[in-house]
Design a protein around this ligand. Structure first.
Ligand code: HEC
Ligand code: HEC
Ligand code: HEC
Ligand code: HEC
Ligand code: HEC
Length: 439
């Protein structure tokens, strides 16, 4: 049985691309997020370290987060290098507009830029002021934030105490999912939808329940926003997701160990697997297995985000009464990739015009997703031959597994050294037993 597949279609991408004079040599630009001439001054933004003088906890958490990693990430840099080559630098701002909105709007990212030459504020990636100097949202995708460098620091404290360093202002925008959409929903230049957790959220039961991205990804705690300030409900700035930084030295080994625990905690139970198996079959007969996978997340798909880079799949192993493997799918082959008959994949694939799977989104014409929608379940069917089984009973084990990248993809990017740091996470597991009746 083929699972239902969702084909993500081309969406109009509002940008000033071409501006009427659309020759192939034109630089790709967009007035808001990829301007021709700088719209903000780099030196009007403060470094995260300055904020850390008063907001120590926020700074310490941010510094270990994916947002601080966004411009240091070797996987990001490897992708960008290929795109720079493919478009001879003409689209260099495209990939940078969310990973460093300040650098892209501030003129640091120009055609043919090199990471080694960038200013420190650009290399801070998604730094404090790329969020807290946001005045409004112009579109819920592709770096849709309007930055106000001379404005107050915006957040969700209704009556902030005065600070000598900055003015403060309450902002409703910062407390809701739309705020995250500005960077987390991504459309290629072609209009192909690549990432869309916010679009998924908009269709999800979380909207009616009033559950925002921040509720899960910026958990609340009680504390002081500044030493000596009033006790308030604060928000974690760790943004735990599915990945850990592969670049060694970005965080300390202790921080990495703690992060791995948090990632495991987020992933554990994100989806659930159940086996539907008959109580018994006649020895030699085919066992009809139902594998039911459910997304436990109310707010977005499992998996979500950059699903074309992520791997989520179901491993099913059937053993006989002596522990010998009778059937297996989703186990890792010698190159470390999940393989097997009827492999049950939950991620997505990018496909080019010839129907071939591609790694680089700009070469794709279709994005085919097997992801599970919020709180939805899907039943897969596997037919397992038992002719090779010894004595019964058969034991069936099914696991939903998740990995941030495919080792093959990292090798294709020349990042072999990081493949060993990838971890396969167990999201859910179920066991069943099937008696073998004599023939
Ligand atoms: C709309 C804003 C936006 C744009 C434009 C964008 N990204 Fe990203 N990128 C993100 C977000 C958000 C994530 C985190 C998604 C996730 O983890 O699921 C991300 C994650 C990534 C990752 C995975 C990082 C990791 O280590 O886990 C890579 C690689 C990447 N982007 C490359 C690119 C490339 C190449 C381009 C240009 C084609 C690009 N990005 C353009 C927002 C953007
Ligand atoms: C000299 C100390 C100091 C520095 C440096 C500082 N802040 Fe603040 N900030 C404060 C104080 C005091 C408050 C109010 C805290 C309260 O009311 O609990 C505050 C509040 C905030 C708020 C909440 C605003 C609201 O209304 O929700 C944000 C966001 C913020 N700061 C971000 C930053 C960022 C980003 C930086 C660095 C660019 C920074 N701060 C640097 C002292 C400082
Ligand atoms: C009810 C809790 C919950 C809410 C609300 C929620 N998430 Fe998630 N999110 C999760 C869980 C659990 C995971 C890990 C499983 C996965 O990757 O799908 C996750 C994973 C992610 C990832 C990492 C995906 C990857 O594989 O790289 C991103 C990015 C993300 N969420 C963004 C968002 C955004 C943006 C919103 C709001 C539109 C949001 N989340 C709302 C629970 C939540
Ligand atoms: C990716 C965007 C983003 C970045 C980067 C970011 N913040 Fe925040 N911050 C938020 C959001 C969103 C809230 C409000 C969350 C809510 O109310 O649900 C917030 C809240 C705050 C608050 C108010 C107290 C609280 O915890 O609610 C302070 C202070 C603050 N941030 C400081 C900082 C500092 C300092 C940095 C950099 C070291 C930083 N932020 C980086 C998005 C960001
Ligand atoms: C200015 C752009 C920007 C904004 C705003 C933003 N993000 Fe991100 N976020 C990114 C980028 C870029 C990455 C990926 C960085 C990398 O790994 O290379 C990311 C990564 C993440 C991750 C880690 C994903 C993983 O796979 O580990 C989570 C979780 C996340 N963001 C949640 C949020 C939430 C929740 C909000 C809203 C409060 C938000 N982000 C707002 C740009 C942004």
């Amino acid at each position: 049985m083929k699972p239902l597949r969702l084909i993500l279609t081309l969406m109009p991408f509002v940008c000033g691309c071409g501006d009427g004079s659309s020759g192939a040599d034109d630089l790709l630009y967009d007035e808001l997020s990829m301007p021709r001439v700088p719209t903000v001054a780099l030196d009007s933004f403060a470094s995260a370290e300055d904020c850390g003088l008063c907001h120590q906890t926020h700074y310490a958490e941010w510094a270990t987060s994916a947002h601080a990693y966004a411009m240091k990430d070797p996987v990001f840099r490897a992708f960008v290098a290929v795109r720079q080559e493919n478009y001879a630098g003409k689209q260099d701002k495209f990939c940078l507009q969310c990973h460093s909105p300040i650098g892209t709007r501030g003129g640091d990212i120009e055609a043919g830029f090199e990471f080694a030459d960038l200013q420190p504020i650009t290399l801070e990636g998604v730094t404090c002021e790329s969020c807290h100097k946001v005045a409004s949202l112009a579109r819920p995708y592709n770096s849709g934030h309007v930055l106000d460098p001379d404005g107050p620091m915006r957040g969700t404290i209704a009556a902030p105490i005065p600070s000598s360093f900055h003015e403060s202002q309450f902002s409703l925008l910062h407390g809701g999912s739309a705020f995250c959409a500005g960077c987390h929903d991504l459309r290629e230049v072609s209009g192909l939808v690549l990432e869309r957790p916010y679009a998924e959220w908009q269709q999800s039961p979380a909207v009616a329940a009033g559950v925002q991205c921040q509720d899960c990804h910026m958990p609340r705690y009680e504390g002081q926003a500044v030493a000596g300030g009033p006790t308030r409900t604060l928000h974690r700035h760790t943004w735990i997701g599915a990945g850990i930084p592969l670049l060694e030295g970005f965080i300390t080994p202790d921080e990495e160990a703690a992060l791995r625990v948090e990632v495991k905690r987020l992933l554990a139970g994100a989806a659930r697997v159940d086996i539907a198996a008959p109580a018994s079959v006649r020895a030699g007969d085919v066992v009809d297995l139902g594998i039911i996978v459910k997304n436990n997340i109310s707010a977005h798909n499992f998996p979500t985000g950059s699903t074309f880079n992520r791997q989520a799949w179901v491993e099913v192993v059937v053993r006989d009464g002596d522990g010998r493997v009778v059937f297996a799918t989703g186990t890792l082959d010698t190159s470390g990739e999940p393989r097997g008959p009827g492999l049950l994949q939950l991620g997505s694939v990018l496909v080019d015009a010839r129907g071939q799977r591609v790694l680089f989104p700009w070469r794709a014409t279709e994005h085919v997703s097997n992801a599970l929608e919020p709180l939805r379940e899907r039943a897969f069917r596997l037919r397992v031959a038992t002719a090779s089984a010894g004595r019964g009973p058969l034991s069936v084990e099914a696991r939903v597994l998740f990995r941030a990248f495919s080792p093959d993809a990292l090798r294709a990017l020349g990042l072999d050294e990081y493949a060993a740091r990838l971890e396969v996470h167990e999201v859910s597991r179920d066991l069943a037993s099937v008696e073998l009746r004599p023939r």
